[in-house]
Design a protein around this ligand. Structure first.
Ligand code: ADP
Length: 160
């Protein structure tokens, strides 16, 4: 059984993330989306909110699970019997960072492979931070995120 983990902050989930989830789920038997708990950045959404949103967005995807983790990613993979890490690539600027994490994870556990999927052109400039910035100033994020994410964003900013 080929089990992969797609780790990230998902604060919140964008169309770019969802595209990577859909595409990578086709390559493996099981895909676990791993929401990072111990984020050095102060997230807009709590871990529970990020997990809940991802569960809603992936409810019709049979081989996709959502869970959260803290600590080392390689330990989370072990716990889940996973051997593959999925990451998304937007631009050259992602490369150095992704290379560093992939090589670190490989040095911690050489049974693990990282696969990076290249983003679709339309999602190249999309990041969770851009979405938050646009939403904070009342801009239209409907083309950047799934409808459910927009609902979460509206609630968050109205509540403030
Ligand atoms: P991180 O805090 O590690 O950047 P993110 O939640 O921002 O976590 O992203 C998780 C993964 O999704 C990373 O591999 C990132 O490159 C990828 N990703 C983010 N946005 C996009 C996008 N628009 N297209 C493709 N991959 C993306």
């Amino acid at each position: 059984m080929r089990i992969a983990v797609y780790p990230g902050s998902f604060d919140p989930t964008t169309n770019g993330h969802l595209d990577i989830i859909k595409r990578s789920a086709k390559l493996v038997d099981k895909l676990i989306v791993g929401v990072l708990k111990n984020n050095s950045k102060q997230p807009l959404f709590s871990t529970d909110e990020r997990v809940e949103l991802l569960k809603k967005l992936t409810k019709d995807m049979e081989n996709v699970e959502v869970d959260s983790f803290s600590g080392l990613l390689v330990d989370f993979l072990k716990e889940k019997n996973a051997t593959i890490i999925v990451r998304g690539f937007r631009a050259v600027s992602d490369f150095e960072y992704e290379l560093q994490i992939a090589q670190t994870n490989y040095s911690l556990d050489n049974n693990i492979e990282t696969i990076c999927l290249i983003t679709r052109v339309e999602y190249s400039f999309l990041s969770a931070s851009i979405v938050k910035e646009v939403a904070m100033y009342g801009g239209d994020i409907s083309k950047m995120v799934p409808e459910e994410t927009a609902v979460y964003m509206n609630k968050k900013y109205k509540g403030k």
